[in-house]
Design a protein around this ligand. Structure first.
Ligand code: PLP
Length: 456
């Protein structure tokens, strides 16, 4: 129990000593101290209950208080809390974890390197791609990512990231050289001013133009999210990924799928690329691999990349590489995904969710379009004018107001603004074990908020 006075003191210390992501230094906090969770519910130190429609950036896939994962963690910590993989030493959990991964990754991607999270996975993939480019005799090793992409918070991933329109990297340059950007795949707000399907997927074709103008022998890799995550739950048209795969194969450029947000059942498939029937050369993963019970991630590699690297040192950046506790939890998490048919559950509960969003939310004057896939970043785009797709004035601070009102009503959700992405979007990303009744409860709260918004 935290008293009112103690809470005040803790929050004041927090405000003056702790950096919070996406929050200016010294700004007042939300005034909430989360304390415990069970399933899809959270409680703060005042005993207030919240329905969590964020899953902490989509990571808490199996919900809070998952006892099997807690037990595996405690057991492994007691037996052996850490054991390095450096110099060829190994341990059973990492071997079992990679065997489980090999069962579920897209065909042929069954060689692995491990990390402590998504940004590190992307940074590692970037290094592997450059190494591979050098092995293949490319004269330069440029990497191409998309506009409106998010790939993480280290300097490599941040150079790849364009969400925030440069604001996230302001003042930290120089950035990593030889990283280029191509148009993204948002059909509601096409960056090339086209309409789908008459566009014939101009954005994918433009990517090939970039490769050709730069010279295929100077481009090591293209990195793309199966659907854009922090970009607002934007999914490409079905033709996009197969076209990009063909372009990359044709010009001998590696295709990296960043599955950090889409991986592990969130879209209703084990990995997002399965939605598009495409097999990349490298695949980054994190978040759902341990359901957020341990910071863990990695990169899956094709045989082509693995064989070419034979005898070389691949990047393995940290002391905690292939962490034994993370590996044990990951193996258990994958077992639960398969045993409890979590991907099938996502399809089952997300179908009526989208039906309700289409029937009740889309007709609202302030709802322009919907986004997401399965329970991946289910998005409701808010507009001031449906015909012109005009956004509300940023000075109204509407997205923040929606977040705060939802919080007051016991619903934790995320929003992104048009200033950072391409539109003002409410993002619903609950734990994958959510029930239909819990989804309805969250949507009831959201509907009550959105139906009051006046459009001009
Ligand atoms: C697609 C994608 N890549 C990379 C990252 C970075 O992962 P992490 O926050 O675990 O470093 C994220 C995080 O949301 C992501 O969505």
């Amino acid at each position: 129990m935290v008293t009112k006075d103690e809470k005040g003191r803790l929050l004041e210390w927090d405000r003056t000593h702790i950096v919070h992501p996406a929050c200016p230094i010294g700004q007042d906090s939300k005034g909430i101290l989360f304390e415990k969770g069970k399933g899809v519910r959270l409680w703060d130190t005042d005993g207030k209950e919240y329905l969590d429609f964020t899953a902490q950036f989509g990571a808490v896939t199996l919900g809070y208080g998952q006892t099997e994962l807690v037990e595996v963690c405690a057991e492994q910590m007691q037996k052996l809390p850490h054991s390095t993989l450096y110099y060829g030493y190994s341990h059973k959990p990492i071997i079992e974890c990679s065997m489980s991964l090999a069962e579920i990754v897209p065909k042929g991607l069954d060689h692995f390197t491990f990390t402590t999270g998504g940004s590190e996975s992307v940074d590692t993939a970037l290094q592997i791609a450059r190494l591979y480019g050098n092995i293949k005799g490319k004269c330069e090793t440029k990497i191409i990512s998309l506009y409106n992409a998010y790939h993480g918070g280290f300097i490599g991933p941040m150079t790849l990231t364009t969400v925030g329109r440069g604001s996230a990297r302001m003042g930290i340059g120089p950035l990593v050289p030889d990283i280029l950007h191509a148009p993204g795949y948002n059909c509601y707000r096409c960056q090339m001013g086209k309409e789908y399907p008459q566009c014939k997927i101009e954005c994918a074709k433009y990517l090939e133009e970039i490769i050709l103008w730069e010279g295929p022998n100077t481009v090591a890799a293209v990195i793309i999210e199966p659907c854009q995550s922090a970009g607002g739950g934007i999914c490409p048209p079905p033709e996009y990924w197969p076209m990009v795969r063909e372009i990359c194969t044709k010009h001998d450029v590696l295709l990296i799928a960043d599955e950090v947000a889409t991986g592990f059942c969130r879209t209703g498939k084990m990995f997002g690329v399965e939605l598009w029937n495409t097999i990349p050369d490298l695949m980054t993963f994190a978040k759902g691999i341990t359901g957020a019970y341990f910071p863990f991630g990695g990169v899956a590699m094709s045989d082509k990349v693995w064989s070419a690297s034979e005898g070389l040192f691949l990047p393995t950046p940290t002391t905690y590489y292939g962490h034994i506790v993370g590996a044990a939890i990951a193996a258990k998490t994958i077992e639960i995904y398969l045993r409890d048919k979590i991907a099938e559950h996502v399809v089952e509960v997300s179908k009526p969710m989208y039906e309700r969003l289409e029937a009740e939310f889309l007709p609202l004057p302030c709802v322009g379009t919907l986004g997401g896939y399965g329970l991946f970043r289910v998005a409701v785009e808010i507009v001031a004018d449906k015909t012109t797709k005009r956004m509300f004035e940023p000075s109204l601070n509407l997205m923040n107001k929606i977040t705060v009102e939802a919080l007051e009503k016991g619903l934790l959700l995320r929003t992104c603004t048009g200033a950072d992405t391409q539109g003002d979007r409410i993002i619903l990303d609950p734990p994958l074990v959510i029930t239909k009744e819990e989804i309805d409860k969250g949507l009831d709260i959201l509907y009550a908020i959105l139906s009051k918004i006046k459009c001009d």
